[in-house]
Write a protein that binds this ligand. Sequence first.
Ligand code: 1DF
Ligand code: MN
Length: 357
Amino acid sequence: MIPTLPDPASTRRPGQVPYKRIATEEAFAPPEMLDIYRRLLDGGDADAGFRGLMGFYMSSPSERAQHIMRCLTDLDALRLQHMDESGIDMQVLALTSPGVQVMDKATAVSFARIANDFLADAIRRHPTRFAGMMAVAPQDPQAAAKEIERGVTQLGLHAVVINSHTKGEYLSDPKFWDIFAAAEAHDTPIYLHPNALPVNMLQPFQECGLDGAIYGFGVETGLHAMRIITAGVFDRFPKLRMVIGHMGEALPFWAYRLDYMHRATVKSNRYDSMKPIKKRPSEYLREHFYITNSGVAWEPAVKFTQAFMGMERVLYAMDYPYQYAVDEVGMLDAMDLPLEDKARFFQTNAQAVFKIA
Ligand code: 1DF
Ligand code: MN
């Protein structure tokens, strides 16, 4: 049964529970980033996907857009109030999509550092309430690798966030693999988060309103994860760990067919770009990925994903402020699962994956 939509305006507080609730895909935006975005949007230099996404949120008078812009820029009283109202003990913060990935290379490299310092400051102000993922600029893979080192060793950040494609380019291209090498060397996970669709994918989604978080994000981010798997990234980086949200962007549900057709395609030598890899796609999913439920507060889907991935690899996320729905927390608390497994889902898996004390 598909649950009825929760009322986002409801302020019914979830009850006390014997585990911490750690939300692992929670967005913020430094005001200076919005200044850069405004310049991009005004200068006509922004691609159509970015314009359709951040152009909307930054200019729409709708209640949703106004609420989201207010929440994104706050890392103090308002956010803590919303966390208290929704029973969230801790947020794992990430620079909101598309982060620095729409900027020119030099701006992206320098602003990633600024954003990470800004994030580390917020965590210092509220060390029991916030943890965070560092932004990096895939436009300059070597600089990104250096920032990963700085983020882990100097700023104490807990993961890397990459908002899917960078100007239409995918991390399956070996030119980006210094980023994977650095993440693997520092044993920090990469959270592959959605981005607005690249221009060459946008039109058939956007013309009917399906390009965003409703559907297009999941299709494109799932594609990106599959490109990383089928390019052999995990054969090259056997300790690399990744995280994907939105219930694995539906990949667990696809796993059987992905395995079957991957094998059939490789065997028939159909594509130069699809070479043999050591394992089945589903094995890389289960061994290298963690999945958060961000935006999917639906018990049968949580349980299916846990059955596929294993109980240790499925984590809670709210996707604040894009899906600030207080009722969903209580719905997930009420899942018919042993308490130990609920504690894994809400707390201990996140502590293990992101090395949160
Ligand atoms: C939306 C959703 C926008 C997500 C996001 O970043 C985002 C949205 C601008 O609802 O438009 O990160 N999300 O993760 O689902
Ligand atoms: Mn998100």
